[in-house]
Structure formats: structure tokens, C-alpha cells
Design a protein around this ligand. Structure first.
Ligand code: PMP
Length: 447
């Protein structure tokens, strides 16, 4: 289903040969049914329960089954903060003693500590918006905020590969949902043009509100959003933009400010910025940053703010500390070093994988790099053989990807050393040969 975009191009382009036909046929439904069944008695096809992460969770994970130490190439721990950190950890431990693990209260009923207020100010400053509100869970941030932003009479235009939390939020909103081709601003414009005329005033059209939802870095593709073009289309058609930066905030941009910084987009041109604390900040929870009016409205209208227990104080403290390190407010240059390292590591690893003849998705600077396995039957062999050599990789398949686009998704971190990366590459190369996933473009015949 996929072939290189052009000679020498390691990217991929769907050629969609009868793809829709294929999906609608009985064969597909049968395979879907088969894949939907629990895997009984097939060990090693799933990563086992992890006993504990070591001090540096990107180097080792220990599995309960055999307490094997593995190089972890699957964690979202992009900057290495999900580990013991000289600045964050002592402060988080103090916070745990002072505040306990939970506020046991919702935000509006005594669940707002000064830490929660401090983090909201910090997030707003960090992403360059006037205000922010935080939530205890990233998934729930999307799924509960989107229905508050729009509903019946509204139109949501969503990238075809948006995360499930966005899909669920959009479905639950009651708005009409249209999907545009993944990361394709031209197709977004086509979809918008079917609904409204360019420049038409918002008050003169059939939709109460039009929201375009995209991600900064797509978690299954490793691709960076074409944000400047998407923002331009949204402006032309007076649609609001909603940007999920779960995988890009802290991970890309010169000072870790995400895709706006990386691609030179003014944060003022993105109406709603969403992100999670579960990746670059090594904690949990999510945020929405927007104008003061939108944030004020969300605080009083969003059920997840009104009825859910507030974010755990030590988790809040972890994000505060990590953000301070990233911005250099801890008085060191460790943040800048981490940001330079993740970029260097990612670009090194990606270029080496490509040189090996593997089909790697995604863009330069992105720490996510899916290696295409295509055939789902290669998944168990690929992950098992890597694990045999103490390299843990995450494999992803249907229903998270289309059936024949199974992949191993590598996530690179600032805390990987060059030796770690070289070891990982060696193992992936050997296993790639073993399972037969290397691709070498055939030289055109010379006449
Ligand atoms: N948005 C995106 C794009 C994601 O990839 C994820 C999960 N990885 C979420 C939202 C949900 O975030 P969390 O895991 O922090 O709940």
C-alpha cells in the first residue's frame, strides 16, 4: 500500500490502490474480527508488566517475568525527566511530604493549591498564551474540553490521524465532524470550501463555530504538523485552530516551546493550545492554553474542571520543576543541553535507520520514528528478537494503525547516550535482516 514518494525518498505516500474497496470487503471484516480477539497463550507479543523503571528509565526497564535489563526505545520520556533528577526529585519528594499524593478535592472545592495556580501561570508563559488551565489527565483534557468548546450547530474538521482522545471528544460534542487527509492543508481547504466561503463573516454562515484540530507531532507517524499552512487556511476561512502538542511541547523548538517555535508560527495565531505533561515533563496531566476569556469560560463550563479531583500536587511540582529546568530558571544550562541532545539523538538515529534501508516515517527533529513492518505477522518476531538482545521496542498494529501498516515505533530521548543509540541500531539492523523488512530501491536500468 505504500511506496516511496520519489526516487531516493524514504518517506512514504499512500497509493490507496482500492484501499476503500479493500476495507469494505468481507475479508477485512474477518481479519478485524480475528485481531479483535484476546491473544491467549502468546507470550512476548506484548510488553509485560514492568516491574520498575530504573533511575534512568530510558536505559533500562525491568520486567517482572525475568527482570531483564533492557535499552528502552519506546518511552515518551523525551527529555529524561521521568527519572531521578537533581533539581526535580528532591522538590517532588518535599512536595509529597507537604501536600500528600492527592488533594482529594475538586478544583473549585479546595482542590486548588498554590502549586496549581503557579503551574497555570508557568504553562501560559511557556507556550506564549495569556492564560492556561490544567487537568489531571491528558486524555481527558481533549475528550472533555472539545465538547465544551463546541457542540450542536458546530463543525469540527479533524486530521484523519488525530489521537483517539480527540476523536472521542469530537464525537461526544454533538458537532458535525469532517475529516481531512492527514497533514494536507490543501485538502483541509477543500473541506472548508465545501462549507463556507473564504473571508465570509462568522455571523453569516451556517455553522455556529468551525474548529480545525491538528497535532504538533503525530504519535504514530512521527510527522511534524504543517502548521504555518494550516494556520493560513484557517485564517482565510475564519476557522478556529486547536493544536494538540502532547508530543511536541518540550521536545522540539530551540527552547522547547513546541511546533510554533520550531516552525515560526506566532502562538497568537493558534486559538487553543493543548498539551500533556506525560511526555517531555515526566509527570502526568494535561493543559489548555488560550485567551483569558476562553480559559475563564472553560474553568466554569468544563465538567472535568468542576467535578474531577485536581491534579496530584507532586505531579504538579514535577512539571513546575521540569519547566524551570527547560527554561534555565533553575540557574543551570541543563535544559538547553537536553534540548540539543534530543535533536541530535533523533536526527542521528533517523539517518542511521534510513541508511540501513529501513522504511522510516516522520520528519527530521521529531523524536518519534516508526519503522515500517507492514505485515502484522512480523510484529511478534521483531519485538521478541529485539528483546532477546535486551532492546525493548514498542510495536503498533491494528486497530491503532491500518491493518497492513504495522510498525515498530521508536521514541528517542535526550538521556540516550551515543553508545545506547549505536547498540540499539546494531540490534535493529540484525533483527531487520532476520524478519526481512529492509528496503533497497531498485536502481533504474541504464539504457
Ligand atoms: N494527545 C495525544 C496526541 C496523545 O498521543 C496522547 C497519549 N499519548 C494524549 C493526547 C493523551 O495523553 P495522556 O497519555 O497524557 O493522557
Amino acid at each position: 500500500f505504500y511506496r516511496p514518494k520519489s526516487e531516493g525518498d524514504q518517506g512514504y505516500a499512500p497509493i490507496c490502490l482500492g484501499l476503500e474497496d479493500f476495507y469494505s470487503r468481507r475479508l477485512y471484516r474477518r481479519i478485524q474480527d480475528c485481531f479483535g480477539r484476546p491473544l491467549a497463550g502468546a507470550p512476548d507479543t506484548w510488553i509485560d508488566v514492568v516491574d520498575r523503571h530504573s533511575n534512568d528509565s530510558n536505559k533500562t526497564i525491568q520486567r517482572t517475568a525475568d527482570t531483564r535489563r533492557c535499552l528502552n526505545l519506546g518511552s515518551y520520556n523525551y527529555l529524561g525527566f521521568a527519572a531521578s533528577d537533581e533539581y526535580c526529585t528532591p522538590r517532588v519528594v518535599d512536595c509529597l511530604k507537604k501536600y500528600s499524593p492527592s488533594t482529594c478535592s475538586v478544583r473549585v472545592d479546595g482542590g486548588t493549591t498554590k502549586l496549581h495556580a503557579e503551574l497555570e501561570d508557568l504553562v501560559a508563559r511557556f507556550v506564549g498564551k495569556p492564560a492556561a488551565v490544567i487537568f489531571g489527565m491528558g486524555y481527558a483534557t481533549n475528550s472533555s474540553i472539545i465538547p465544551v468548546l463546541t457542540g450542536k450547530g458546530g463543525l469540527i474538521i479533524s486530521d484523519s490521524l488525530n489521537h483517539n482522545s480527540i476523536v472521542n471528544g469530537a464525537r461526544g460534542s454533538g458537532a458535525v465532524v469532517r475529516v481531512f487527509q492527514h497533514n494536507t492543508p490543501l485538502h483541509l481547504e477543500e473541506v472548508l470550501r465545501e462549507q463556507v466561503a473564504a473571508g465570509q463573516p462568522r455571523t453569516h454562515r451556517p455553522w455556529k463555530k468551525i474548529i480545525v484540530i491538528v497535532e504538533g507531532i503525530y504519535s504514530m507517524e512521527g510527522e511534524i504538523c504543517k502548521l504555518p499552512e494550516i494556520v493560513a487556511v484557517c485564517k482565510k476561512y475564519k476557522a478556529y485552530t486547536y493544536l494538540d502538542e502532547a508530543h511536541s511541547i518540550g521536545a522540539v523548538g530551540k527552547s522547547g516551546r513546541g511546533v510554533c517555535e520550531l516552525l515560526g508560527v506566532d502562538p497568537a495565531d493558534v486559538d487553543v493550545m493543548m498539551g500533556t505533561f506525560t511526555k517531555s515533563f515526566g509527570s502526568c496531566g494535561g493543559y489548555i492554553a488560550a485567551s483569558k476569556e476562553i480559559i475563564q469560560y472553560l474553568k466554569y463550563a468544563c465538567p472535568a474542571h468542576l467535578y474531577a479531583t485536581s491534579m496530584s500536587p507532586p505531579a504538579v511540582e514535577q512539571v513546575i520543576c521540569a519547566m524551570k529546568v527547560i527554561s534555565g530558571e533553575d540557574g543551570s544550562n541543563r535544559g538547553a543541553v537536553k534540548l540539543a541532545r534530543i535533536r541530535e539523538n533523533s536526527n542521528f538515529f533517523r539517518s542511521q535507520l534510513q541508511k540501513m534501508g529501513l522504511q522510516v516515517l516522520g520528519d527530521n527533529d521529531s523524536p518519534i520514528m516508526p519503522i515500517m513492518l507492514y505485515n502484522p505477522s512480523k510484529i511478534p518476531a521483531f519485538s521478541r528478537e529485539c528483546l532477546k538482545q535486551n532492546v525493548a521496542v514498542v510495536t503498533v498494529a491494528f486497530p491503532a494503525t491500518p491493518l497492513l501498516l504495522a510498525r515498530a515505533r521508536i521514541c528517542i530521548s535526550a538521556s540516550h547516550t551515543r553508545e545506547d543509540l549505536i547498540r540499539g541500531l546494531k540490534v535493529i539492523s540484525e533483527v531487520g535482516d532476520l524478519v526481512g523488512i529492509k528496503y533497497f530501491p531498485v536502481e533504474p536500468e541504464k539504457h
